[in-house]
Ligand binder design. Sequence first.
Ligand code: ATP
Length: 300
Amino acid sequence: MREIRLKARAKINLTLDVTGKREDGYHLLETIMQTVALYDGIYMKKLEKPVIKLKTNLPWLPTDARNLAWKAANLMRETFGIKEGVFIEIDKRIPVAAGLAGGSTDCAAVLVGMNRLFGLGLSEAQLEEVAGRLGSDIPYCIRRGTVLCEGVGEVMTNVAHPCPDCYVVLAKLPVSVSTASVYKQLRWQEIEQHPDTKAMLKAMEEKDVAKMGKLLSNVLETVTIELHPRIAKIKARLMELGAEGALMSGSGPTVFALFTDRAKARKAAALVKREFALKDCLATRTYRVRRELRGEHNND
Ligand code: ATP
């Protein structure tokens, strides 16, 4: 195999709770992650020269060691003694610094791509282990689907009854939010309202999107909404437009809203985009990973 194309999909957090803090300062999480269909296109090609070349459609995005996709290729070359180089082209469609794990998912896709391109034969569990060395959301981006993530994100449990198929509006304010600074400002011991993770798992088992909508909850909203109050306004507007529920994803600033009706979701995305003058506002859907069908990991 000389070249490969992959889809690096975004994620949302249906619930996000902070349950404590480790001695090294990292917060302990309990979060239900869900893959959505929106993806960055990844193209990879073997090079004879021992170099990593990266190109993206966003001129301001770093294409050197600061890019997580570059780091993924570099770690795989070093760890597995790959002599040849690789060219990677990323068509970024996932908004950057948005709480949608755009960088992490590109990174995971490149790990998958290196495994296939160079015939390394690593299992998904082995890829997840390598991913954990690069960042806390990256093992999840290898696994994908509906997953309960604990610890700092690396303790993963596949949810037995995954999220029912539904439509998702993603609306991002034109501001960048640093995940590290949100966690730094979080007074987690003072949080009064914690997500009910068990009830969310039950609602998914019952395939009850309306119930899921009411249970969406993210403790990081306490920090990011204070910084950007328009997040609350976007949530309220999406509810008026027929969403079953709306929530900030990750550390923000993207708001997502769940819909059972495709036409309603598309209309809501168009209206919110116009009313809030957003560049990034679109309708997508939840993405289901068919684990039973998956042989070799191929990021379909
Ligand atoms: P998370 O939800 O994991 O916190 P995020 O969606 O908030 O992630 P990213 O889109 O991953 O944030 O971007 C965070 C930072 O990572 C940006 O400032 C960007 O410069 C850097 N970065 C490195 N590699 C990439 C990449 N391949 N795509 C996007 N951003 C990248």
